[in-house]
Design a protein around this ligand. Structure first.
Ligand code: SAH
Ligand code: SF4
Ligand code: F3S
Length: 436
């Protein structure tokens, strides 16, 4: 039996990185690597990184530092950095951590096999091009092996919006949509492997425009795949929320009633400075329209506090907007200046102020999340079971609103969608009982 080389991949950042890590593992699979769950006996360690906030990027250097011992024990160990830090910092990574053998950006990882073969024994391999060719045309074909019931599928990548705080247009490049026929093939393959729910990914997923199709058009086509029971998409930009997508929420049973629609701030002055290109009111009117089409929709958002120039009054407008919308779930961050972005040049809000604002904002969002969960108690929901829980006989799945739901049920229900009556709400999950 030939010994497969062992690959340890650690993924940071957004769901697109999760998808990319799968594809990179498949790519290196073709070079004889098999994934392992620990770095200790790996032949190659690959960090798939995120550059969105300073902390995320700095974490990579401390993580790399921890691999020094492993590299000393095994000089043949190859260490690679992929993802958005790789794209943003390139050669600088090797300068700061000379034990790194390979650096590959998010648009060039189809060349990973070749880079891996070249790197090692002091030879460094670096590729942070935005190549002419489409990486998806050159990736290893996807395996046929059975897999879990949920999957991500990148349909659109990159961003042309240039929000003043954000590195993504620089790390992921210009907006590109994949063609519907290729996506339908990939989705069909995933369903044949046991996938029941697909989350379509894009930095601006609702700007999707593959072969003239809109995201709603693509969802309509995917919905015809037998065996695919649920479709989600993320992340949407308010300015790309077209009417056909809103209608799809009313008309397509397979499209789940959940929408991540970041607004970042409730102050028009700050929204303008952020280059978001819409006002707080326009966002509120959009939310009304979406809720009119799909009253049961659960809304999620992203918020940044302490953007340069944000006053107490601006912050209060964000709090007002949150009260007006009522989010079921949300992510919130202190503004983090990113090198090369316009906002980084502005004068910054003091950290203590950011800390205080973030705490108040998160209190409000947490109370809204609790209320949304509490409102589920007594309701019947549908749950796609994904895995067993820690307790005896416990299964965990997600409701249509993406709430984690725990029930006691036979393990044979993994991969199936069942009706559940919600009986209780905990901090970050619901409990319920199977109906029928
Ligand atoms: N494409 C998505 C966002 C991708 S980044 C969109 O347009 O909404 C995910 C989230 O990280 C953003 O929504 C924003 O809230 C946050 N973020 C991005 N850059 C940031 C920065 N410099 N500091 C703090 N938070 C940031
Ligand atoms: Fe970043 Fe703005 Fe593009 Fe989202 S829309 S990825 S926040 S630049
Ligand atoms: Fe991070 Fe890049 Fe995603 S910066 S959030 S991994 S697109």
């Amino acid at each position: 039996m030939s010994d497969a080389k062992k690959l340890y991949i650690k993924t940071y950042g957004c769901q697109m990185n999760v998808y990319d890590s799968e594809r990179m593992a498949e790519m290196l699979g073709a070079s004889g690597y098999q994934e392992t769950s620990t770095p200790d006996d790996a032949d190659m360690i690959l960090l798939n990184t995120c550059h969105i906030r300073e902390k995320a990027a700095e974490k990579i250097y401390s993580e790399l530092g921890r691999f020094k011992g492993l590299k000393a024990e095994n000089p043949d160990l190859k260490i690679g950095v992929a993802g958005c830090v790789a794209q943003a910092e390139g050669q600088e990574i090797i300068r700061r951590q000379p034990m790194v053998d390979l650096v590959v950006g998010p648009q060039s990882y189809h060349r990973l096999g070749e880079l891996e073969a070249r790197a090692g024994n002091g030879v460094k391999a670096l590729d942070t091009d935005f190549p002419e060719e489409d990486k998806f045309d050159h990736l290893a074909s996807r395996p046929k092996a059975r897999r879990g019931p949920t999957a991500f599928l990148t349909v659109q990548e990159g961003c042309d919006k240039f929000c003043a705080f954000c590195v993504v247009p620089y790390t992921r490049g210009a907006e590109v949509s994949r063609t519907p026929s290729r996506l339908l093939d990939e989705a069909q393959g995933l369903v044949e492997r046991g996938v029941r729910e697909i989350t379509l990914l894009g930095q601006n997923v609702n700007a999707y425009h593959g072969d003239g199709d809109t995201l709603a058009g693509l969802i309509g086509k995917l919905a015809q795949i037998d065996g695919l029971e649920r479709i989600r998409y993320t992340t949407s930009h308010p300015n790309d929320m077209q009417d056909d997508l809103i209608s799809a929420h009313a008309e397509c049973d397979k499209l789940m009633p959940y929408l991540h629609l970041p607004v970042q701030s409730g102050s028009d002055k700050i929204l303008k400075a952020m280059n978001r290109k819409h006002t707080g009111d326009e966002y509120l009117r959009l939310v009304e329209k979406i809720r009119a089409a799909c009253p049961d929709l659960l809304l999620s958002g992203d918020f940044i506090v302490g953007f340069p120039g944000e006053t107490d009054a601006d912050f209060e407008q964000t709090m007002d907007l949150i009260r007006a919308v009522g989010y079921g779930q949300a992510y919130s961050f202190k503004y983090s200046p990113r090198p090369g972005t316009p906002a980084a040049e502005k004068s910054h809000v003091e950290d203590a102020v950011k800390v205080e604002r973030l705490a108040r904002l998160q209190d409000l969002l947490t109370s809204q999340q609790r209320a949304a969960q509490q409102a589920m108690v007594g309701r019947e929901v549908s749950v796609l079971f994904e895995k067993t829980g820690r307790l005896d006989g416990q299964l965990i799945g997600k409701s249509q609103h993406l709430h984690a739901v725990h029930v006691v049920s036979p393990a044979s229900n993994i991969g199936s969608v069942r009706r559940v009556r919600i009986t209780d709400s905990q901090t970050n999950s619901l409990t319920g009982e199977l109906i029928g």
